[in-house]
Design a protein around this ligand. Structure first.
Ligand code: GTP
Ligand code: MG
Length: 319
């Protein structure tokens, strides 16, 4: 289990509940979920016999705008997974799990071009884990048999080029770099040429991190995107926003700014090994409607996993 265990029940703990309920609708179903859970809680307070619970639950779900198909699916999964003799608390917990899992079922595959190279741009504020994430992704793709090239697009911070260089040596893949202070868009231009000439499947571009309210950062990132779009239209298959899970709600405001101005296609949530704030995942997806595709779970290149909503929900509910 890669998520740090939560100490309390997720729906009832105030931080997670507010993350879930304070946001607008997502995937069209959030409001439904909140009112459904309210009705279910009331039902549980009414002391209904356990055997009648099923039909009452079915009625609540079907009457809500969840739709008959989703309601039946949720209850069917629940029935399959639990014994009729378990307590109401257990039924409620399992029902919450099933509903949450359903909310999180969105496509999370890594997009790639039919004709390589596919370009992946890695963005985020400073210190969230962009450079390490770029290395982890390169390591993962190389292990899948892909030819990968790195571009040192962070020319802003003195040690950044060297940091990515260490990963390129470790993983044994090429890196395209200019000197400190150079134009990152020019690095990207050269990197695209190299990726084409060397037959790379993927070009991964690390970028500089500054505050998400820093206009010069946003302009510099937009320029990189323009260069890619002009030089190789259609090749930019992923714009990954890296967010640090330990920053909680702050990650959410960053996500909004980046998603609005840079067309983010996926989120990588890092440092999940150091936090119990996993509930931010639900809030981020609700708010910006961009899927979390990968999670960072430690400081080594191997500590990187595809985000699995089922594993995530189970870990949230672990006692
Ligand atoms: N525990 C843990 N640490 C991480 C994870 N991802 C990144 N880090 C650590 O976070 C710190 C910053 O990582 P970087 O990759 O340098 O972050 P960055 O976003 O590139 O930083 P700047 O280039 O300065 O903006 C490093 O000490 C990393 O080892 C993770 O998933 N888990
Ligand atoms: Mg960096």
């Amino acid at each position: 289990m890669f998520f740090k265990k939560k100490q309390t029940h997720p729906i009832r703990s105030p931080d997670i509940k507010s993350e879930i309920t304070s946001n607008k609708t997502h995937f069209g179903l959030l409001k439904t979920r909140t009112s459904v859970l309210e009705k279910i809680s009331n039902l549980f307070k009414k002391n209904v016999e356990t055997e009648n619970l099923w039909s009452e639950l079915e009625q609540i779900l079907i009457e809500s705008d969840m739709g008959v198909r989703l309601s039946c699916e949720v209850l069917e999964n629940l029935r399959k997974n639990i014994k009729i003799t378990i307590s109401k608390d257990e039924i409620l917990k399992n029902l919450e799990k099933e509903i949450l899992k359903n909310f999180l079922q969105v496509p999370r595959n890594l997009n790639a071009c039919d004709t390589p190279p596919s370009i992946i741009l890695v963005l985020g504020v400073n210190g969230v884990g962009k450079t390490l994430t770029t290395g982890k992704l390169a390591y993962r793709l190389k292990n899948e048999g892909k030819k990968v090239i790195l571009a040192a697009g962070d020319t802003f911070r003195a040690a950044a080029i060297e940091q990515l260089g260490i990963f390129s040596k470790k993983i044994d893949i090429d890196i395209i770099k200019h000197s400190h202070g150079a134009d990152p868009a020019a690095v990207c231009y050269d990197a695209i040429e190299a990726a084409q000439a060397r037959g790379a499947d993927f070009l991964l571009i690390d970028t500089a991190g500054r505050s998400h309210v820093d206009k010069s950062l946003m302009e510099s990132l937009k320029k990189i995107k323009r260069v890619i779009d002009n030089r190789l239209p259609g090749a930019l298959k992923e714009v990954f926003l890296v967010l640090d899970a330990t920053t909680g709600q702050n990650a959410l405001s960053q996500a909004k700014v980046f998603a609005d101005s840079l067309g983010v296609t996926g989120i990588v949530l890092t440092k999940l090994d150091g936090t119990a704030k996993g509930g931010i995942i639900v809030a981020i997806e609700q708010e910006i409607k961009v899927p979390i595709k990968f999670v960072g779970t430690g400081e080594s290149l191997e500590n990187f996993e595809v985000f699995d909503p089922n594993v995530f929900v189970e870990s949230l509910f672990e006692e």
